[in-house]
Design a protein around this ligand. Structure first.
Ligand SMILES: [Zn+2]
Ligand SMILES: [Zn+2]
Length: 285
């Protein structure tokens, strides 16, 4: 995997986009623009969580090549690098969760590095070995390898299209602000969800469930559930745990667009429902 941007340029572009969110204050306010922010934030969030996270990293379900390309395109438009890069490094997060080797653990490397620093540290995280399961199995799919290599193209096309259609207001509310809110919604899973929230399962890492991050990261905030059982297509294990990514996967299954959808096993539910200790973690057997 080779990157399209030299590291110094990638860092400059990242901070330029972060700063660009302020453009929303330089255009006239309209509620329709807030709706545009929501569509851009939440649709691309589903692309990230459904395709990059639950499909490429965890193989929680199967989907058709066409559906995979659509969601992978939307995920790449989030400007969080390519699908192989994203999902490949995520596997290392689970492998070393909150121990040496975890690319982004606030316990190991501090809040800033776990939130943003690691993402910009190309010297450390540019490449993945060919043996990484994501690279090994999806690196040979031409359209996915292309997206991973030219990951800057979808966000650029999106930004340009919004600007040509609706001028600065559409660029500001449809690209600049939602790209920034989505970046922090994603990064918060790596930081907030390893620091603040409740622990249903006594996992060996610091993962926590947090309804606020679950809202902005379309279901990923049930992160302690996820660390306990990564393979499940749902991260909200109960109906009251808001998980829009799961609702989309379930709808795709109903339409025949997704199959081999991995459920949460009964033994995991049994573990969840065991009496809790004072710390809120189930009593071990
Ligand atoms: Zn985690
Ligand atoms: Zn995961």
């Amino acid at each position: 995997m080779s990157r399209t941007l030299p590291p110094a340029i990638a860092v400059a572009v990242f901070w330029l986009v972060q700063a660009s969110a302020i453009t929303v204050f330089f255009v006239p306010f309209a509620w329709s623009l807030v709706a545009l922010w929501a569509v851009s934030h939440f649709l691309r969030a589903i692309g990230l969580t459904l395709a990059f996270h639950r499909y490429f990293a965890h193989r929680a379900f199967q989907m058709s090549r066409g559906a995979r390309l659509v969601w992978a395109l939307l995920g790449t438009a989030a400007m969080q690098k390519g699908p192989l890069w994203w999902a490949g490094h995520h596997l290392n997060h689970h492998r070393f969760a909150d121990r040496e080797g975890d690319p982004h653990s606030p316990a190991v490397s501090g809040f800033y590095y776990a939130h943003i620093g690691w993402f910009l540290n190309d010297a450390q995280h540019d490449t993945l070995p060919a043996s990484n399961p994501v690279v090994r199995d999806f690196g040979r799919v031409p359209e996915i390898a292309w997206l991973d290599r030219y990951y800057m193209v979808p966000p650029l096309v999106l930004a340009l299209g919004l600007f040509l259609y609706g001028g600065l207001p559409w660029l500001a509310w449809g690209f600049c602000l939602p790209t920034v809110t989505l970046a922090h919604a994603t990064f918060a899973i790596n930081t907030v969800n390893h620091l603040w929230g409740t622990r249903r399962f006594a996992t060996e890492d610091d993962s926590r469930n947090n309804p606020v991050t679950a809202f902005f990261a379309v279901g990923e905030g049930w992160h302690n559930n996820h660390h306990r059982y990564q393979r499940a297509a749902r991260n909200g294990f109960y109906w009251w745990e808001w998980d829009p990514t799961w609702y989309v996967i379930a709808a795709m299954r109903a339409l025949g667009l997704a199959w081999d959808v991995q459920a949460v096993p009964a033994r995991i539910y049994a573990e969840a429902e065991r009496p809790a200790t004072a710390h809120g973690t189930p009593v071990p057997e």
